[in-house]
Design a protein around this ligand. Structure first.
Ligand code: NAG
Ligand code: NAG
Ligand code: NAG
Ligand code: NAG
Ligand code: NAG
Ligand code: NAG
Ligand code: NAG
Length: 590
């Protein structure tokens, strides 16, 4: 390939894109400025982020106050996805607006992740709370920030960017009845015998009072640990991380007696499903299923404390007269599965249960009682907060502001880039299924694209052992029928996608994933522009045009040379797709 020409071409394209972008930012900024003249102060932002809360298992039907105060008073984004289904990478993506391949914080602990890796990568001097402070906000945080942020390293260095903070610290983060919190630059304080949700409720209310008393608009983030599993520090070793059902507040222990995990088609199915280690999971017997139903109820009960916490904060905002000038965002760091595809409790997979999370937003101009179908992701949230705060978007954002108001005319996308490196983590009493009875299962490294468009609903993944998955969720919503051909014959049973053969659809999806796996900034938002810069397409449907069959048929394929536990480029096969140019056949560029 003529690399120099390619780079020059990409550079020219990037310039064009940036110019357009600056124009649109300028008009956005003007409208924001106009807006703020009329308003006494910029809107406040209250951000609530739960831990491991599912959307697919219906947890949001059990939190009436959150429904009443946020969902019904705002918009429910029902196609909202995380980009990495694990706490720390997902949170770092959220607070930086970047995909994990651009943060390289891909795990919960060093060398590939955790708080030390966040610091090492320079983000402690360059992330959302600092950007908001620079834009005139007072910033507050309480609850879990990152993994591997511990009683030993919390001060070396302290987390930057907050006017006041009170963080949960490892190894007591998930210890519901013996948590440790650490305020500002003070030493850690053990809360043995108190329930962690009672503790955080007091802290969040105090911070809200401080924030309301200030002169400047505020950003307050509250990150309760529920409904994450309970972890006793004595149960953490380097090979094992034993997690039991979450512990509700006493007053909620009796609730939901008869409730069970929804028995969807993928719940403990008769046939194994998925690929790699998932496909080896045994059918679960009745005692295991009963235990998992108990685990599920414990999560719903633990969430009741969060429901009350949120209700209390909204009431306080209402009393202060600031409710109508405050955006409230409710979401989770990743989803959760229990029993689907025979999986024990956990996250870390690319299935719907793990990557879909609740997202409710209410606030000035946000449509009330509306369910939005737009595809949105966690890397869209930092750009969305910038939009709320009237700050021009950064060019290293891998996402774009979410359309909260009907008149919003930002960029949209139909894809989600899903990525994962390292081990799957298995939770609950039957979790010792990894090598040597470990709760960790290695080689859970994969890259995927989730695509939702007019008439299609797809998930395509490539694993580090080069197994592939392709699910057509329009006919197979529970992802039980992997359409990816296991032999050289591409057209399994004549299955077609948008009227084209599987083979043609896979060529396009693979090329798209090739771009997404190393995209940066705008190329993460408009990836088809990298492939077809001059004869542009913006959807799979359009890219499936027969005219492009030769071009997509000649693309290098996404593949791995080996399974690694982190983002090691050498392990990850071809990196650069072919690019087509109008009037010049693509092969000139090879
Ligand atoms: C919050 O911190 C910012 C940055 O240090 C500072 O400018 C601002 O005055 C602080 N606000 C309050 C209420 O102390
Ligand atoms: C609770 O945590 C503290 C450390 O913060 C520890 O010293 C104590 O032993 C723990 N209590 C129990 C019952 O595990
Ligand atoms: C600690 O691990 C053991 C199993 O190894 C389990 O029985 C116990 O419930 C765990 N304790 C907690 C609090 O998670
Ligand atoms: C059910 O399966 C679990 C996990 O494999 C096993 O420990 C248990 O003994 C089984 N129970 C019965 C009744 O077979
Ligand atoms: C193709 O058809 C065969 C026989 O009807 C069936 O067993 C198989 O599951 C089908 N494959 C796919 C991927 O639909
Ligand atoms: C994980 O992948 C590595 C490298 O690709 C391989 O050597 C190893 O056997 C795999 N381990 C398991 C448990 O599959
Ligand atoms: C990501 O971090 C790991 C661990 O420090 C390093 O080995 C790897 O090269 C990094 N990857 C990239 C793409 O920078």
């Amino acid at each position: 390939m003529n690399l120099m020409k390619l780079i020059t071409a990409l550079g020219l394209i990037a310039e064009g894109v940036i110019a357009l972008y600056l124009q649109s930012m300028q008009s956005a900024l003007q409208s924001v400025l106009k807006h703020s003249e009329a308003q006494p102060r910029k809107p406040n932002i209250l951000f609530i982020i739960t831990d491991d809360q599912d959307l697919q298992l219906d947890s949001i039907s059990y939190t009436p106050l959150i429904t009443k105060h946020i969902r019904d008073q705002g918009t429910f984004f029902r196609n909202h996805f995380v980009t990495t289904a694990l706490c720390c990478p997902s949170r770092v993506s959220l607070w930086t607006g970047r995909q994990a391949h651009n943060t390289n914080v891909t795990d919960v602990h060093p060398p590939y992740g955790g708080y030390p890796k966040f610091v090492e990568r320079g983000f402690n001097d360059d992330f959302l709370p600092l950007w908001l402070q620079w834009a005139g906000y007072d910033t507050y945080y309480t609850g879990k920030m990152f993994n591997a942020h511990t009683v030993d390293n919390y001060h070396s260095p302290h987390i930057n960017g907050f006017n006041a903070s009170d963080f949960l610290l490892d190894p007591y983060t998930y210890s519901y009845l013996n948590s440790t919190y650490q305020r500002n630059h003070e030493p850690p304080v053990s809360h043995e015998g108190e329930h962690t949700i009672d503790v955080i409720t007091g802290k969040a209310q105090d911070f809200l009072d401080d924030a309301l008393a200030g002169e400047r608009p505020f950003f307050l983030a509250v990150s309760p640990v529920a409904p994450h599993s309970n972890v006793d520090p004595g149960n953490i070793t380097s090979e094992n991380f034993y997690m039991s059902a979450p512990i509700p507040l006493e007053r909620h222990e009796h609730l939901f007696q008869g409730v069970r995990i929804p028995r969807t088609a993928n719940f403990n199915p008769d046939q194994p499903s998925g690929v790699s280690w998932v496909n080896d999971l045994p059918l679960q017997n009745q005692s295991v299923v009963d235990y998992h139903d108990h685990f599920y109820r414990s999560r719903l009960r633990a969430l009741q404390g969060v429901d009350e916490l949120v209700g209390g904060l909204v009431t306080r905002l209402e009393e202060s007269g600031q409710l109508d000038n405050t955006y409230i965002i409710y979401t989770s760091d990743n989803g959760f599965h229990i029993g689907q595809h025979r999986l024990p409790p956990g996250k870390t997979c690319g299935f719907e249960e793990d990557i879909r999370v609740p997202l409710f937003i209410r606030g000035p101009g946000v449509t009330k009682g509306y369910v939005h179908d737009a595809v949105t992701t966690h890397v869209d949230l930092a750009p969305t907060l910038f939009h709320f705060a009237g700050i021009p978007a950064r060019d290293d954002f891998d996402g774009t502001a979410i359309p909260v108001a009907p008149e919003f005319e930002g960029e949209r996308h139909e894809h989600v880039t899903v990525e994962y490196w390292g081990s799957a983590v298995v939770e609950g009493a039957y979790s010792g299924i990894g090598p040597g009875g470990s709760t960790m299962i290695p080689n859970n490294t994969y890259k995927s694209v989730r695509l939702l468009g007019q008439g299609y609903n797809l998930y395509y993944s490539v694993w580090c052992n080069n197994e592939h998955e392709l699910y057509d969720l329009s006919t197979d919503p529970y992802q039980l029928n992997n359409l990816y051909p296991t032999n050289s014959q591409a057209d399994i049973n004549g299955t077609r996608i948008l009227g084209r053969s599987l083979n043609q659809a896979i060529n396009r999806l693979d090329a798209l994933l090739m771009v997404l796996k190393s995209c940066q900034g705008e190329t993460c938002i408009q990836p088809w522009d990298v492939l077809q810069p001059v004869d542009p397409v913006s959807t799979l449907q359009h890219a499936l045009n027969e005219e492009y069959d030769g071009f997509y048929g000649a693309q290098p394929q996404v593949s791995f040379d080996w399974c690694d536990a982190g983002y090691i480029v050498e392990a990850e096969g071809a990196q650069v797709p072919l690019t087509s140019r109008h009037g010049v056949s693509w092969d000139v560029w090879v």
